[in-house]
Design a protein around this ligand. Structure first.
Ligand code: NAD
Length: 493
């Protein structure tokens, strides 16, 4: 049994390990439905206690007022303490989130750690920007000298609410920039994946973060609701579905707090007739099978030129059928399970709706017959999809790709942009200039050309438009979300 799930089912509030007033809940491994541990369940009262602790640590504690270099040293120690538990965290990601070994190591662990180190470094930048003096003539013939500085200051108490699909990644992406700029935090993970979050309490304790600087309250909507409605929380950073995002925006409205929304997607991959077909097909597969299709930015709508569509579909279906679905703990496994039965049922319903609407199933479409435990589903591909079908409009969050044909670039752009979402996008073409022009026309926060991996850049901000949300993560823009700009002016004469 992993150490992380063995520590007792306790929440971390104000530097203490405390019982959740909602009792405890068994957390299961989605690969075999076995209990991996019992997690504490918080209630609104626990959320309130955590908010109070974070507020006090921000208002009266040293943390926000430490020199940036001192906070950086603490955050560097925080990341080093995580790194010492790397193998345990990777094993937890396999057990808790159902991530296959290789994915757990590189995408769930190494990538966010790289971003976290870059973020800690970035947080030591000078928070003061000096503006050039400005002379303004007055009516009496004198001249006023305007002089101002802009100082970036921590926004205050951050409520961080995360999804289950990349638990360590998402928690780290919220906790590290918040703490690095001097905010204090209450982290609420998905109750499907509580242990990846509670781990941070152990790390905070080990490196001696002051009490209340980081608090972790596992729980459901009740805890999230408290975090988003309480006036003592200055910023809510949320990663999850558009449906819950809309609720949170409404919950947060009365207190006018700042909100960052990292929501779902139904992103398009445009494959032009001059594309390297093998590369496009390989990229296409990754984009509906990674983490069993449970990825916000995955390109699950494949908009393929009709002159090459038959070849594309045949090649993609062939490799989709070869993906080894099974226990993510087995290093040979290519794709693990969905998180819970409810996610599989939703996937099945959307697959049935696609068939009803006239899409042609070319691979998968059902549960693997040889796996009777675990929430597995076969990599599933549809051709002859129309963009108005439910399967093309709704986020499945399961391993389903759809192929839609087109005849010219304008039509491809039109189909891609005809979506409620705007998170990711992709263009495959031998013509780099044309692909770039098309990338600029996509109404979406991120576009990858010929398989480019923007998510691997720690400097590149990530975020969406429309129902994919607003606000950014990573890079300087992402870091600045956790601060506010204060202008300080001087009487210059
Ligand atoms: P979800 O929206 O169901 O839940 C997300 C979190 O919100 C959970 O912690 C949940 O307990 C909490 N919550 C639920 N109701 C709440 C309420 N009323 N107030 C406050 N908190 C509440 O999402 P999920 O099913 O856990 O995750 C999948 C979704 O997350 C997908 O839509 C996916 O695209 C999205 N996602 C987006 C990104 C991104 O960066 N854009 C990254 C990962 C996942």
């Amino acid at each position: 049994m992993l150490d992380i799930v063995n520590k007792g089912a306790l929440l971390y509030i104000g530097g203490e390990w405390v019982s959740g007033s909602g009792g405890t809940e068994a957390v299961i491994n989605p690969a075999n439905e076995r209990v991996i541990g019992h997690a504490p369940l918080g209630s609104a009262a626990d959320a309130e206690a955590a908010i109070a602790a974070a507020r006090e640590a921000f208002d009266t504690g040293l943390w926000p007022r430490l020199p940036a270099r001192e906070r950086q040293a603490k955050m560097t120690a925080f990341l080093a303490a995580i790194e010492r538990r790397k193998e345990e965290i990777i094993a937890l990601t396999v057990a808790e989130a159902g991530a296959p070994q290789v994915l757990a190591r590189f995408l769930h662990y190494e990538t966010p750690m790289k971003h976290a180190r870059a973020t800690v470094e970035l947080a030591t930048r000078d928070p003061v920007t000096a503006h050039a003096p400005e002379v303004t003539p007055q009516a009496d013939g004198t001249k006023t000298l305007g002089m101002a500085l802009m100082v970036r200051q921590p926004i205050g108490v951050v409520g961080a609410i995360t999804a289950y699909n990349f638990p360590f990644f998402l928690n780290l992406a919220k906790v590290i920039p918040s703490l690095a700029v001097g905010c204090t935090v209450v982290l609420k993970p998905s109750p499907y994946t509580p242990f990846a979050a509670l781990l941070f309490g152990e790390i905070a304790e080990e490196v001696g973060l002051p009490p209340g600087v980081l608090n972790i309250v596992n729980g459901g909507a009740e805890v999230g609701e408290r975090l988003t409605t309480d006036a003592r929380v200055d910023l809510v950073t949320f990663t999850g579905s558009d449906v819950v995002g809309a609720k949170i925006q409404a919950q947060a409205a009365p207190t006018l707090k700042r909100v960052i929304m990292e929501l779902g997607g139904k992103s398009a991959l445009i494959v032009r007739p001059d594309a390297d077909l093998r590369a496009a097909v390989a990229c296409g597969l990754v984009n509906f099978t990674t983490q069993c299709g449970q990825g916000c930015g995955l390109l699950t709508r494949h908009i393929v030129h009709n002159s090459i569509r038959a070849q594309y579909v045949e090649a993609l279906a062939a490799i989709a059928r070869q993906v080894k679905v099974g226990d993510p703990a087995d290093p040979a496994t290519g794709m693990g399970p969905l998180i819970r039965e409810a996610a599989r049922t939703r996937t099945e319903q959307l697959v049935a709706s696609a068939q009803d609407e006239g899409a042609r199933l070319v691979a998968g479409g059902k549960r693997p017959s040889d796996l009777d435990k675990g929430f597995y589903f076969e990599p599933t591909l549809f051709d002859d999809v129309k963009n108005h079908f439910r399967i093309a409009r709704q986020e499945v969050f399961g391993p389903v790709g759809v192929v839609i044909g087109y005849d010219d670039d304008d039509e491809a752009i039109g189909i891609a942009n005809d979506s409620d979402y705007g998170l990711g996008g992709g263009v495959f073409s031998a013509d780099a200039g044309k692909a770039y022009e098309m990338a600029l026309r996509l109404h979406t926060g991120n576009v990858s050309i010929n398989g480019g991996a923007g998510a691997m850049s720690s400097q590149a901000p990530f975020g969406g438009v429309r129902r994919s949300g607003y606000g950014l993560e990573y890079g300087l823009q992402g870091l600045n979300e956790f601060t506010y700009a204060k202008t300080v002016s001087f009487h210059g004469g």
